[in-house]
Each structure stands twice: as C-alpha cells, then as structure tokens.
Design a protein around this ligand. Structure first.
Ligand SMILES: [Zn+2]
Ligand SMILES: [Zn+2]
Length: 339
C-alpha cells in the first residue's frame, strides 16, 4: 500500500493505493523480512496530512513491523533466515554524533524513520539494517507484538520521562494504543499509583476502567486529586491546557506526539500563568525512540506480560483503519495482517 500524494484525509479518504512493487534486495548490513503484521500508528496520519512529510514519494508507511527474515545482505551476522524480528520507528541513526554516543540516538540529527525516510511495513517485504531489527519475545503473537514496537516503546519512553514514583498519581489524556499499554505498565511497576484517564470518547473511558483506571472523565473534567505527572497522547492542544491546571507543584506534563494539529491551537491563549505554569511545573515532549527503549520495553512486556488489545485489518483495508483512527474509533491498537 503506497502513499503517492499528501493531503487531508477529509479531502482524500483513500490516501494509500495497492501497488505491485519489486521485492527489495537487502544491501550490505541489511536484512529483508517477509512481513506478517504491521501496526497502524497516528504518525501515519501526520505523514499523510503533511505534518511530518516523507522526504520522497511514493513511500510505504508503517513502523511497527513484525516479520521473518528471508534474505541477508553481505556482512550480516548473528541473525538467520527464518528468525522472527520486529522493526520499530527508528530505522537508523548515525552512531557518531553526541546524542548517539550518549545513548540518545532518538535525538540524532541524522535519525531515519521507518515508513517515512525508508519504506516500511505496509507491504509484503521490507529491508532494514540488521542492527535496527529486534528479536521478539515468544509469548506474543505476530499481531500482538506489532503495537509493542511503537505504541509500547514510545509509551515506555514517556513513562520514563514522567519520572513517576510509586504511589504518585498519574494522568493520561487520550486512551489509544500507547495509553492502554502505559496503563498496564503502571499497574505492574507502580502498584500504588492511581491512574486518571481523560478522554473525549465514552468508549475510550469505558476501556480505561476495564483495564483498571482509578478515575475517568472527559478532557475538561476535574479529577478528584492533583496529579504528579500527566502523559498526553492526543493530537490536540486543548487537553494540554486542561492538563496543566491538574498538575501538583513540580508536576510534569509529557507530550507524546510527534506533531500537534493546528485546529484548536487558540486554546493556548487561555493559558493562565499562576494556575497552569507557576510552581515549577514542567512540560516535556517525547521524541522518537532509541533502540534501548525498544529492548527494555520488549523485556518488560514479556515479564508483565502486557496484553495488547488489537483490532485486525487486512493490508488492503489500511485506508479504513486510518479513517477509524482519525475519527478516534479506537479500542487498543489497529494492526494490519498479511497472509
Ligand atoms: Zn508510531
Ligand atoms: Zn547520531
């Protein structure tokens, strides 16, 4: 399924088209995989609608890829044909800059993203540098493993940045693929923490309660207590402004979004310094993922074990999956399944 032209989903509800492409050949240091499943991420909408546009078109989207190795490029060791691997958003980084040297390769100026800067997993085959493919715990099926690679890994990074201590209250704004995995991680790692979920859709709120949220409410509802940290996974500004007033002194807001939409940006003008920002509140964004995030999350996911809620679509139905995501018809994670 290729993306050939950018534009809003409202104007073009079928942005991806089915096409026959040559099977890619792995170059030096690369492997080729036969794709079994690929998760659908909100970032695909940001690419299609031009908020983080691919540098070249057409491109194959998809950065939560599970497949089996079916060819090795020259110089590849430690991985064999038939091995099951996952490919996350990080496709490559330079390995030499100060960010890479300090383990923060997610901030590398030469960061390349799977399914944006290189063809991704909305296809039968893809190639990737072997060093950026990850072995997957056996407890997860192909479809279950897919959302761990972005929703899980970036959710894990957000939780790290939230710097929570057990017993401190946490807020989640939006309850999609990432947040439903974060909630499960929190219950395991911080058993005394009460999780408060703010979501516009009643379906998302119901699902959050099923998974053990302490309290749920609409994005502008007032929670029963102030929160030590809030992780925002929405594409909008309103929840950011609403979240800040719910933070305790020195509370932390972590924004887990590669881009925000412009629609409701004037909500920012309602920011009230003493109420929303004073008392040493912090705002931080989360950017990309490092391989260490993916490795740590996969180990934690197997230990808990995380139970990703997935909704399967055939590859050819990728447009329908993306439209549902845009309309926030969400319960857990959407995953494309290949035959
Ligand atoms: Zn993603
Ligand atoms: Zn670098």
């Amino acid at each position: 399924m290729i993306l050939a032209r950018l534009g809003s989903l409202a104007e073009n509800p079928e942005p991806l088209t089915l096409a026959e492409l040559p099977v890619p050949e792995p170059r030096e240091g690369e492997i080729r995989l036969r794709v079994a499943a690929c998760g659908v991420c909100h970032t695909e909408l940001d690419e299609i609608e031009g908020r983080t546009p691919p540098p070249r078109l057409p491109v194959v989207l998809g950065h939560q890829v599970v497949g089996r190795v079916d060819a090795l490029g020259s110089g590849v060791g430690g991985i064999r044909e038939g091995d099951r691997v996952g490919v996350p958003w990080i496709f490559s980084a330079c390995g030499r800059c100060k960010y890479c040297r300090e383990g923060n390769e997610n901030l590398c100026p030469w960061f390349q993203a799977t399914g944006r800067d290189a063809d991704g997993g909305y296809a039968e085959f893809m190639t990737v540098p072997a060093a950026f493919a990850h072995a997957l715990p056996e407890v997860f099926s192909d479809v279950q493993a897919a959302p761990l690679l972005c929703a899980g890994a970036i959710g894990y990074r957000s939780l790290k940045l939230a710097d929570l201590r057990d017993g401190e209250s946490l807020g989640l704004t939006g309850f999609g693929a990432a947040a439903h995995l974060v909630l499960q991680m929190v219950r395991h790692r911080y058993p005394h923490t009460r999780v408060h979920v703010f979501a516009r859709s009643a379906g998302e709120r119901d699902f959050a309660r099923e998974l053990g949220a302490f309290w749920t409410g609409d994005s502008s509802a007032e929670p029963p207590e102030k929160l030590a940290a809030i992780i925002d996974t929405t594409p909008a500004w309103e929840p950011v402004v609403e979240a800040l007033k719910n933070l305790e002194p020195e509370g932390r807001l972590v924004i887990n979004a590669i881009r925000k939409e412009e629609r409701d940006k004037d909500a920012l003008l309602r920011l009230d310094y003493p109420r929303d920002l004073w008392l040493e509140k912090e705002i931080k964004s989360v950017a990309n993922v490092a391989r260490s995030d993916v490795r740590e999350l996969l180990a934690l996911a197997a230990e808990i074990p995380l139970e990703p809620e997935t909704q399967e679509f055939p590859l050819e139905a990728a447009n329908a999956a993306l439209r549902e995501l845009k309309a926030r018809k969400i319960r857990g994670a959407k995953v494309l399944r290949l035959n």
